[in-house]
Design a binder for this molecule. Structure first.
Ligand SMILES: Cc1ncc(COP(=O)(O)O)c(C=O)c1O
Length: 337
C-alpha cells in the first residue's frame, strides 16, 4: 500500500532515533530542566531572533493548544477561529472543556480575515456575553494553505486594535515555512504573534511541539499550568534531544521541504490529469476531487482519507506526504490514477 493518510504514521526520522540512543545513558535533571532542553531553547531563540522568548516543550498539538489557551485566558474570555480550524473541529471540544467559548467564523481557504475579527468583536457588546480575547490561526492551515507576511501583519494590526492575543498553531509550521511562495520566517512568526508552537510530531520527531511565548504577560507561571494540565514529562529531556537534533543543522526544514515537494508532484500530476483540487495547497496536504468510483479504485493500492462529499458522485480526498514519502510512492499513485 502507498501510505498517504497522514504525516505521523512512521516512527521518527533515523537521526532523531540516533540522537535519542546516543544520549540514552546520560543522567539529567527531569521535567525539562536538562541541558538538552536548554540547548534546544538556545537554537530556537536564535532562529526566532529573540532572546526574550520563553520556550516550553510539550508532547502533542491538542495538549499544546489546550495548555496554552487555557493559561492565557481569564474565565470570561473567548477565542475567535475559522470554522475549519483544528480546535473547532478535531479536538473533541478540548478548548471548550477548559471553560472558554470558541467563536467560529467562516474560513476563507482555511484562514480568518481581519474584517471577520472586527465583526466578531463588535457582536460582543457587553458583560452578558463572552469577551473575545484571542485569535487562533494555524500555519499551515487545516486545508494546507499558508499565511503571507502581509496577511499575518494585518492580523497583528487588528489584534492590537482590539487588544486581542494572536496565537498560531504550528503543527505543520515546517511545511508552511518551506512552501513555495512563502515569505514568512520563524523570526516573523515571533515578531507578529504573541505565542506560537513549532510542530515536531508531524515533521520527523517521535513526538513533541515547542511552544514559543513572546508576550510578557503570558509567560508568568506557565510551568505551573503545564504541570497542572498533565503536560510536564518527567523525561522532558526526550523533547530537548529531539528539538536539538531537528534544529542544529536545518534537518527540520529539510524534512518539511521534502514532504512539500512530494505533495506538489502529486498535485501537479493530478491537475495535469484533468482533476481539480478543493483549495490549491503549496504544502504537504492536498485535497483533490475525484469521482467516487475512482476513489474505490485508488483505495485498492493507496491509503488516504476522504475529506468531504462533493456532490452526489464525487468527493474531495486528503493526500498527505511526509518526510518518509518517496518519489516512487508518488509515481505509483499517479500511475494508478
Ligand atoms: C493544525 C493542527 N493542530 C493540532 C493538531 C493536534 O495534534 P495532536 O494530534 O498531536 O494532538 C493537529 C493534528 O493533526 C493539527 O493538524
Amino acid at each position: 500500500m502507498i501510505f498517504l493518510k497522514n504525516d505521523y504514521s512512521l516512527g521518527a526520522h533515523p537521526r532523531i532515533l540516533k540522537a535519542l540512543t546516543d544520549t540514552n545513558m546520560v543522567h539529567t535533571e527531569g521535567y525539562g530542566m536538562d541541558p538538552f532542553c536548554e540547548e534546544a531553547k538556545i537554537l530556537l531563540k536564535d532562529l526566532c531572533e529573540t532572546e526574550d522568548a520563553d520556550i516550553h516543550f510539550l508532547t502533542g498539538g491538542t495538549s499544546a493548544n489546550l495548555i496554552a489557551l487555557s493559561a492565557f485566558l481569564r474565565p470570561h474570555h473567548a477565542i475567535l477561529a475559522a470554522d475549519s480550524a483544528h480546535i473547532c473541529v478535531h479536538e473533541t471540544g478540548a478548548i471548550e472543556a477548559t471553560g472558554h467559548k470558541v467563536f467560529h467564523v467562516p474560513g476563507h481557504d482555511g484562514k480568518i480575515l481581519p474584517r471577520q475579527i472586527e465583526e466578531a468583536v463588535r457582536l460582543h457588546i457587553n458583560e452578558h456575553m463572552v469577551k473575545p480575547k484571542l485569535v487562533y490561526i494555524s500555519n499551515a492551515t487545516e486545508v494546507g494553505t499558508i499565511y503571507t507576511k502581509e496577511e499575518l501583519s494585518a492580523l497583528r494590526k487588528i489584534c492590537d486594535k482590539y487588544d486581542l492575543y494572536l496565537y498560531a498553531d504550528g503543527a505543520r509550521l515546517g511545511c508552511a515555512l518551506t512552501a513555495e511562495g512563502n515569505d514568512v520566517s520563524l523570526s516573523d512568526m515571533a515578531a507578529l504573534t504573541d505565542a506560537f508552537y513549532i510542530g515536531g510530531t508531524k515533521n520527523g520527531a517521535l513526538f513533541g511541539e515547542a511552544l514559543v511565548i513572546l508576550r510578557q504577560e503570558l509567560k508568568e507561571d506557565f510551568r505551573f499550568h503545564i504541570k497542572q494540565r498533565g503536560g510536564m514529562l518527567a523525561k522532558g529531556r526526550l523533547l530537548g534531544v529531539q528539538f536539538t537534533e531537528l534544529f542544529r543543522d536545518g534537518l527540520y526544514f529539510q524534512l518539511a521541504r521534502h514532504a512539500n515537494e512530494m505533495a506538489q508532484i502529486l498535485q501537479k500530476g493530478i491537475l495535469g490529469a484533468g482533476y481539480e483540487c478543493l483549495t490549491p495547497s503549496p504544502t504537504n496536504q492536498i485535497f483533490p476531487i475525484f469521482p467516487n468510483t475512482l476513489i474505490d479504485h485508488l483505495q485498492k493500492t493507496a491509503s488516504f482519507d476522504i475529506w468531504e462529499a462533493y456532490g452526489d458522485r464525487a468527493s474531495a480526498v486528503r493526500l498527505v506526504a511526509s518526510w518518509g514519502t518517496s518519489e516512487e510512492d508518488v509515481m505509483e499513485f499517479l500511475q494508478s490514477l
